[in-house]
Design a protein around this ligand. Structure first.
Ligand code: BGC
Length: 353
């Protein structure tokens, strides 16, 4: 009788064998693990990346108000505040910034309940390391200002700054004078509070990372170092436009900013020259942290390129001692306190013909 040929046995462990028991245990373990993960995910314990980006801009304030991480320092029951930490614990890093959404300022006010009238904020759980006045030169850009307030208020609170927002609005029809408006913002903010740091920001520039802290450093700080408009880099090494921060002492050392740049361009290069000529250097965040977006727009009327700018930039060292804070003249027309900012309308005087 011929025997049937032996077939190779299939790779399935025999029931009852120890290998079979191990396999059963592993399958059971995987099923339990998957079920727990699924339940956790569906109950919202895990955020997907899209939710994370969306939420981290506006809802953070509520998180911030309700939580007390160990890094927040509360000294004792008498509530004497300790200094806020050097690295603010609520920062979230990269932010999604877009300008297709419509912004309702009433909603921004509602979602930033800790911001006081005039756009003032002071951390409740720790003593801010710096008192920062944010100065925005302005004329007819209400739509841009809405985005600025919507994005910046939550960021500045997460950065644990004691801050105030000042929109310096140029009255009348004379040619725009950005640097003079910044000087005026400095003077007016100081009348209100003893700020020790001044952040000068264009109204159309929004940071894309909240680790780019809007505060002052041991050297004058350039914050908008990686703008989408310039392909996320500097247009040239000496560029100091967009958003910058100077301490009170740094600002005074350079006699403030020039008052004589009417129209677009050059004033930021003059400020750079002032800083360098006083022996200071520029501090900057890295190109990732310093990413920011600019709201696209047409050039404003009465802000045409200043034909005198090249000539003026060449003479900064000669002019800076007599043109600046010590020669500043202006008239305040109106001061308005809004829930999210203080608007100061000023007459900067006539532009030269
Ligand atoms: C102007 C600056 C301007 C820069 C970038 C320069 O030519 O003088 O004021 O910020 O270009 O646009």
């Amino acid at each position: 009788m011929r025997r049937a040929p032996l077939l190779p046995s299939p790779a399935v462990p025999l029931p009852g064998s120890s290998l079979h028991k191990v396999c059963k245990f592993l399958v059971l373990f995987c099923v339990i693990h998957l079920s727990v993960t699924l339940v956790y995910y569906l109950s919202g314990g895990e955020r997907n990346i899209f939710q994370y980006f969306t939420e981290n801009q506006q809802i953070q304030n509520r998180d911030l108000a309700n939580s007390t991480p160990s890094t927040v320092q509360i000294a004792n029951t008498s509530k004497e505040l300790l200094d806020c930490p050097e690295d603010p614990p609520f920062l979230v890093g990269p932010l999604r910034v877009e300008f297709s959404i419509s912004v309702d300022l009433e909603e921004v006010r509602r979602t930033n309940p800790s911001v006081r009238e005039g756009g003032r904020y002071t951390p409740e759980d720790c003593k801010a390391l710096q008192k920062v006045a944010l100065i925005i030169p302005f004329r007819n850009r209400d739509e841009h200002l809405k985005y600025w307030l919507y994005y910046l208020h939550p960021i500045l609170q997460r950065q644990q700054l004691d801050y105030g927002v000042y929109v310096i609005n140029q009255d009348g029809e004379s040619t725009f004078n950005r640097a003079k408006l910044l000087n005026i913002g400095y003077m007016e903010a100081l009348k209100e509070y003893d700020y020790n740091c001044f952040v000068f920001s264009d109204v159309d520039l929004i940071p894309m990372d909240d680790r780019n802290i809007y505060k002052c450093f041991s050297q004058p700080r350039h914050l908008s170092v990686s703008m989408d408009k310039f392909g996320f880099g500097l247009p040239y090494n000496q560029y100091f436009g967009g958003v910058s921060a100077l301490s009170k002492n740094q600002f005074e050392r350079i006699n403030g900013f020039p008052n004589d740049y009417w129209g677009w361009g050059g004033e930021d290069d003059d400020i750079y020259n002032r800083i360098v000529s006083r022996g200071m250097s520029i501090s900057r965040p890295d190109a990732i942290t310093g990413k920011c977006r600019m709201i696209r727009h047409n050039r404003d009327t009465k802000n045409e390129p200043n034909p005198k700018r090249f000539d003026l930039i060449g003479k900064t060292r000669l002019t800076m001692n007599s043109d600046g804070l010590n020669s500043l003249t202006y008239k305040v027309i109106k001061t308005e306190k809004y829930p999210l900012y203080t608007k100061i309308t000023v007459d900067v005087g006539p532009s030269p013909s």
